[in-house]
Write a protein of this length. Structure first.
Length: 225
């Protein structure tokens, strides 16, 4: 370790902070979109109409069976091709940022769907029957009785999946986006200090994810109590 030169890190901090801002922006946007879409998919999977349940199940099985990096490539390369076919414009483009955002949202929605579906199924059927006996519609039962309790139970799992998503944001380097890890790699190549910058990035990822994991564990114990 004494042979390592850490002098380039202080000057790299502004660029690393910009990369961290991109990583956190992707994280929050994909979490919000993934939870909203995942809730819809979970409701469809639990629907009594079998075609809707089968369609949602096929979506979940597809995205849970392929690597995330492949999904990113799909939207980065295929989305502009489809746009050019639909619009007839040769210059139609999506851009790496929006490609990554759509890919992360659709991919994470499949995982959030299963978490939310399990949370919904964990609510006692007796409460559903009691709400129906009071004259509530199916939508009112889900909105006022089932989902509030389900989300309370799911919060630790949703946050844990968010930690995994934060780690996965580093994959956007494959489409040349400068997230935190991508910025560290570019600065390391520029200054000839790849080892130092990657070690520093690993330490930051470890510190953030470890602190978040401890926070989720504490929240889970509090909710259980």
């Amino acid at each position: 370790m004494s042979a390592l030169d850490w002098s380039s890190i202080p000057g790299a901090l502004p660029f690393l902070l910009q990369g961290m801002g991109l990583s956190l922006g992707l994280l929050l946007s994909a979490m919000l979109g993934g939870i909203l879409l995942g809730t819809l998919l979970a409701l469809l999977r639990l629907a009594r109409r079998r075609p809707l349940a089968a369609l949602a199940g096929a979506y979940v099985n597809l995205f849970r069976s392929v690597p995330l990096v492949l999904v990113i490539f799909w939207f980065y390369f295929l989305a502009p091709f489809i746009l050019r076919r639909l619009t007839g414009r040769a210059d139609a483009a999506v851009g790496p940022l929006y490609s990554a955002l759509v890919a992360f949202t659709l991919f994470e929605a499949a995982y959030y769907c299963e978490i939310i579906r399990a949370g919904i199924q964990s609510v006692s059927r007796g409460q559903v029957a009691a709400a129906q006996a009071l004259g509530m519609s199916h939508g009112q039962v889900m909105r006022l009785v089932v989902l509030p309790q389900a989300f309370r139970r799911m919060v630790p799992l949703l946050l844990t999946q968010g930690i995994i998503l934060f780690q996965d944001t580093s994959l956007v380097y494959v489409i040349s986006l400068s997230d935190f890890l991508g910025a560290a790699g570019k600065i390391g190549q520029r200054d000839g200090r790849l080892v130092e910058l990657y070690l520093f990035a690993a330490a930051v990822y470890f510190a953030l994810c470890f602190a978040a994991s401890r926070g989720v564990g504490r929240l889970q114990r509090r909710l259980r109590a």
